[in-house]
Design a protein around this ligand. Sequence first.
Ligand code: NAP
Length: 525
Amino acid sequence: MTLALTSTIAPRFLPLRLPKVCLAISAETADEMLDIAEGMARDNPFVEFRLDYLKQPVAAIPKIRRFLETHQYVTAIATCRRVENGGKFKGSLAAELEVLTKAHGAGCQIVDVELESALKTKPDVLAKLRRSAGVIISFHDFRATRNLDATLAKMLPIPADFYKIVTTATTLSDNVTMMKFLQTQSDKHALIGVCMGEQGVISRVLSVRAGSVFTFGAVSADSKTAPGQVSARDLRSIYRIEQVDAATRVYGVAGDPIEHSLSPVIMNTALRRENVNGVYVALHAKSLKDLIHCVREIPLHGLSVTMPYKQAMLEYLDNTDAHTAKIGACNTVVRGQEGKLFGFNTDIAGVLRPLEQRVTIEGAKVLVLGAGGAARAAVFGLKERGADVSIMNRTADKAQKLARQAKARVIKRADLRKSSFDVIINATPVGMGSTRDCPLKDEEIRAKVVFDMVYDPVETHLLQVARAKGIAVIPGVEMFVHQAARQFEIWTGKPAPAGDMLRAVTVTLQERANARKTPKDHVKA
Ligand code: NAP
C-alpha cells in the first residue's frame, strides 16, 4: 500500500518502512527520467527524482503524477537543489519551494530541502509542507568531512523527518569519522549520512550499518548523481545492503588501484552462500597508515591485501604465519579480539590447491616464470612440498636471490628448448588485459601442465598455445578462487563455497570481456 499523501501521521513512520537503497535518478528530460523510473521501479521501489537536473522541472510534474498513480508501491523523494548549494537548479528559493510543493502534490511523499534554503524559509512555510510531506533537511560539503556535530546542531532547530549530511571523503579515515557520527547520533535522530568521492565509496555500504536510514544508489555504473556512488543493483546484489545491520562484520580488500578488483564479487558471493552476516568492500588505500586506521576503527574483521602493499603490510602486523615471514609478503590480515593484527599468505594455497588436483607435487619438475611476490609464494610452497623447482626471470639477479633463499635452481632462457617440465607456472603479468603477449615461445612450452597466474583474460594466449599442444591447463582464476577460499576459511572458520566463487568470478570476467568488445552505448537503465 502506498503512503497516504494527506495523512499527517504517515511521514513520521517513514524511517521504519523505507528500503535501504534509494535510487537517485537524474536525466536531462522528464521523459528520460520517467523511463528510467519505469524500467527500474520493480527492483527499486524507493526513488529520488533529481528535478534540478531538468531544464523545466515544473513541466515534469504531470508525468511524475501519472507515474506515481500507476506505481503505488513506489516511495519518491523530490529534490530540486539550487546551484549555490551544489545542485543544478538556477531558480530562486521561492521557485525551488514551488517545485517541491508541486512534486509533493503529484505524489512525491518526501521532499529534500537544503539546510541553506531551509534557513532562509519562513518556519510556517516549511511546517505547512511538512503537514503532509516527509521533509529531509540536507547539507552537502563538497570539500571535506568535518564539523558533523556542529552541522547537525544547526539543522535540528528546523523540524524535519530526516537530517541528511553528505560530505566529501579525501581519505579512508573520513569514512570512520562519518560512521562514528552516525553511530552516536542515529538513535536520537533519523539520519542519512554518506561520504562522496572515490575515497568515500565504502561509506555507501557501511553508513547503513552505522545507522543511516538509507543510502543512495546510482542507476548504473556510468550514471551517478554524486561522485563515488555505487549502482543500486550492486548495493543489493553484491553487498546485500538490505541485510546489513549493526551486527554485520566488515571485511575488505585494500590496494591501489582497487576499482577493478574482483574480490568484492567473489567474497560477497561466499558470505551470502554460507549465510555469514558479513559484507566485503573495496578500499582504495593511498597510504597504509590511513588503511590501518580504518581496519582498527571501523573495525575490519578481515582484510585482503593486494598491490602495492603485500610487503609493506608486514611492519603493521603483530604476528604472522610461517609462510608470510618466509615469503616476505602478506595477502591476508585477521583482526583479533584485542585489535591485534595477524598476517597470512594464502597465495601458496592458491598455487598448491589447483596443482594437487592434477599432479603429484612431490618430485614434480616445475618451472616458475618470474621472481616477484606471486612467484615467491609458488617457489616456497612447491619446495616445501618436495617439488624440483627452476626459476626464470627477466632480471636474473632476482631469480638467483630467490633460488638461493628457497634452495631452488635458476634456468636460463637459452636452456628452455632442451628442457621439459611436469608443470610450467607463469608468475609474471605478461598476457594480462587485451594484449596477446605470451611469456614463452611455442617451442619453449614443453610440459604436462601449464598454469597461468594471469586471470584476466581467463584464457590467455599462453593457455591457448598450451591447449593447442594437448597440454593440460590451469587458468589464473583457479588460483584467485583458491587464495580467496583460504582467506574465507581463515576469517570465518567455515569451508569456502569454491564452486560458487569460481562461477561468480567467471561470469564477471566474461561480462568485462564482453564490455571490452562492445563500446559503451550509454544505455541508461
Ligand atoms: P610482481 O611482484 O610485480 O612481480 C612481477 C614479476 O614479473 C617480476 O619477476 C618481473 O620481472 C616479471 N615481469 C614483469 N613484467 C614482465 C615482462 N614484461 N616480461 C617478463 N617478465 C616480467 O607481481 P606479482 O604480485 O608477483 O604478480 C605477478 C602476476 O601474477 C600478476 O599478473 C598478477 O596479477 C598475478 N597474480 C595472480 C594471482 C591469482 O590469484 N591468480 C595472485 C597473485 C598474483 P623483473 O624482476 O624483471 O621485474
